[in-house]
Design a protein around this ligand. Structure first.
Ligand code: ADE
Length: 222
């Protein structure tokens, strides 16, 4: 899968995508992350990408000609690439959307900054995504969240294929509790059933714990 991130601050994105599992996924050729500097499409000597808002008000607004120029060029090679605008006004990101995006051939993630985007840019994107109901200084962290969450679902990225199958949210439930050695710590014991080796019993216990935890913590998921 290919993911292109369009940003004014490429280093912010690269520092997330060039370590650990994402680094390995790229080395294995499963994932290709390209980070493009929006300034390369900027206007004039100063490579200007933004301007003051019509009607007045604080902050700067990304220019439609600059952002759409970049999108058109990046999309030129693959018309099937999905263009996603990162904005607090987008649809809220969740594991269902992660799964949906992981089926795509190519994503182009467009990071905002400052006051926002010229409204006309919205006509050139396929989707708008928000990673939560709070406002970040820009879309870079949101882009890193998307690259990370999508990459780990691609076959071969995680060590074992099944290691994301029990994830929280994958069945609409939070994940069950985990334990490892020592068997007892300050009087707190690992549940008996997990030490018994009866796989059917273990699966039943985990399912129950998942349900109880989801009901207690996230009743909105059920
Ligand atoms: N840019 C600023 N805030 C954001 C958010 N919550 N989600 C996505 N992009 C953003």
């Amino acid at each position: 899968m290919k993911i292109t991130v369009l940003t004014l601050f490429p280093e912010m994105v690269k520092c997330f995508t060039s370590e650990s599992i994402l680094k390995r996924a790229q080395e294995k050729g499963i994932l290709e992350v390209r980070v493009k500097n929006l300034s390369d499409w900027g206007r004039g000597k100063w490579k200007k990408v933004d301007d003051t808002p019509y009607g007045g008000g604080a902050g700067m607004v990304f220019r439609v000609d600059v952002v759409v120029g970049a999108i058109k060029e990046l999309k030129h090679k693959n018309k099937k690439a999905k263009v996603i605008l990162l904005t607090p006004q987008g649809e809220k990101y969740d594991q269902k959307r992660v799964q949906m995006l992981s089926q795509e051939e190519e994503l182009i993630l467009v990071c905002g900054h400052y006051e926002g985007f010229d409204e006309r840019i919205r006509d050139y994107v396929d989707m708008e995504i928000s990673i939560g109901d709070y406002v970040l200084t820009g879309g870079e962290i949101a882009a890193a969240v998307i690259v990370d969450s999508v990459a780990r679902l691609l076959p071969g990225v995680l060590g074992k294929e099944e290691s994301h199958q029990d994830d929280s949210f994958s069945e609409g439930l939070l994940e069950y509790p985990h334990y490892t050695r020592p068997e007892e710590y300050e009087g707190k014991k690992v549940p008996e059933v997990l030490r018994g080796g009866n796989h059917k019993e273990i699966a039943k216990w985990r399912k129950e714990k998942s349900e109880v935890r989801t009901n207690e913590r996230r009743p909105d998921l059920t």
